[in-house]
Design a protein around this ligand. Structure first.
Ligand code: ZN
Length: 93
């Protein structure tokens, strides 16, 4: 049987997990732009979001939308580029 304390801890960890998962959707690694993964950290006994390329990477930045990435000159799949250019043309740019 789990004690009330254990149940409270699990609930807090579960909330933390959900929060990290949400963060992974909107943010990427500030150092390499890589995706985040959420994994269990046995040392801190809690979930953590780490860069999928290097767990030593620190910081997060907001994920660019495809349109933002396009304007900053990133290489994007052709269908994405075509869709953006079509939309920009409609806007009269
Ligand atoms: Zn990284």
């Amino acid at each position: 049987m789990a004690t009330e304390e254990e149940k409270a801890l699990w609930k807090a960890q579960n909330e933390h997990y959900k929060q990290l998962k949400k963060q992974c959707v909107g943010f990427v690694c500030a150092e390499c732009g890589g995706e985040f993964i959420v994994r269990w950290n046995g040392d801190s006994n809690d979930w953590e979001a780490i860069c999928c390329w290097d767990r030593q990477h620190k910081g997060a930045k907001k994920r660019l939308t495809p349109t933002e990435a396009y304007h900053q000159g990133y290489a994007l799949p052709l269908p994405v580029v075509e869709r953006i250019e079509k939309r920009e043309r409609r806007k009269g740019k």
